[in-house]
Design a binder for this molecule. Structure first.
Ligand SMILES: [Mn+2]
Length: 365
């Protein structure tokens, strides 16, 4: 399914409330509006410095001479303007900002929305707006098709990770990481959506561990957290396995608590609830079991073109859950010196019950 950029531009134009244009410069947003099909090698970056969606007329992209040919081939906008320092190259200015200013003047634009703080000098009114970030929170069928493909690949990666870890006594975290990455690479994923996290034994007590040469020992909990890009869109999944297939009684108990919290937050992910409600559903359960202080992060986040995007599902989150939001639900319990467990799913909000997109097995046995 082709991505319908026109729909995106129209939605922005219809929400300009009298402004002359929307100017985006955040990489996720410029990809969303101008070239999300393109990224091989660059996510979550963007080849565009600015994308302008004017109230009237066609959208305009601003890029450097370095990216010109790729942009002309891949971008969804036709009007591409260049900046460069090289006098031999025909351009609209020496810097991206200069080209932006020139274009705004040419188009008689004097009031804009911008996704970042931007000062364009006197005479141009700039109001910062999260409209595009928030719009990206609601996934359309063309995006879900890509997200589902990414998830399928990381699900296969988890299946592989499970058998590797369970029989992986003596392997280092780094060896486990490269084996998983290689496996997914062989399945032609575009690239990882972040560096694969393998956290074993006491290292699993660190919620964002970076892989070491520690060797897996029998009974270790091993947190495996990774994701991939497919056609520009991400997946993000965490499972925790036990080396040898069994953990200590305490860790297995913790596992069941985290699994139950994961299910409770997923259940709470319903239209009209707040991010806080969703976080609280799992957190309350973990607290009741006595591990409240060991759940040290938020419950989840949106994902799509970027691995972390709107909305955030945390204790403080006031975001209202809407239909077709895609978010992670990833409670965890971390016991310093001992280990930890995190179980993360990618979940889609629907009119009925939440749709768990990640299918990798999460029951212990
Ligand atoms: Mn995540």
């Amino acid at each position: 399914m082709e991505i319908n950029y026109n729909r995106r531009w129209t939605q922005i134009k219809e929400n300009l409330s009298g402004k002359d244009a929307f100017v985006c410069s955040l990489p996720g947003n410029t990809r969303y509006l101008a070239n999300s099909e393109s990224p091989p090698g660059c996510p979550p970056g963007s080849t565009m410095n600015f994308v302008i969606i004017p109230a009237k007329g066609e959208p305009i992209g601003i890029t450097s001479s370095l990216e010109e040919h790729r942009c002309r081939k891949e971008a969804s906008v036709d009007d591409i303007r260049l900046w460069t320092n090289y006098p031999e190259i025909k351009s609209h200015g020496k810097t991206a900002k200069e080209v932006l200013k020139n274009t705004i003047e040419e188009k008689n634009i004097d009031s804009i929305y911008s996704d970042t703080k931007l000062s364009l000098g006197r005479g141009i009114k700039v109001k910062q707006s999260d409209f595009v970030n928030e719009m990206r929170g609601i996934k359309s069928p063309d995006e879900l098709e890509r997200i589902n493909k990414a998830i399928k690949q990381s699900d296969k990666g988890q299946e592989f990770a499970r058998s590797l870890v369970e029989s992986g006594e003596g392997l280092t975290e780094r060896e486990v990481r490269v084996e998983i990455d290689y496996f997914m690479g062989r399945n032609s994923v575009q690239e990882n959506s972040f560096s694969t996290i393998i956290a074993s034994g006491p290292n699993a007590a660190h919620s964002h561990h970076s892989n070491t040469n520690r060797k897996l020992e029998k009974g270790d909990p091993v947190i495996c957290d990774f994701g991939v890009f497919w056609d520009g869109y991400c997946s993000d999944i965490t499972r925790t396995y036990f080396v040898g297939g069994e953990g200590s009684d305490e860790m297995e108990k913790v596992y069941q608590i985290v699994l139950e919290a994961n299910k409770k937050s997923i259940e709470a992910l319903k239209i009209g609830k707040t991010g806080h409600d969703v976080d609280k559903a799992g957190r309350k359960f973990i607290s009741e079991k006595g591990y409240g202080r060991n759940f040290v992060h938020g419950t989840g986040h949106g994902f799509g073109l970027e691995i972390h995007e709107f909305p955030s599902i945390t204790y403080k989150s006031k975001v209202i859950v809407k239909n077709s939001m895609a978010v992670t639900i990833e409670p965890g319990i971390y016991l310093p010196g001992k280990g930890g467990v995190r179980i993360e799913d990618d979940v889609l909000v629907t009119q009925r019950k939440p749709n768990i997109l990640t299918k990798a097995k999460k029951e212990l046995y």
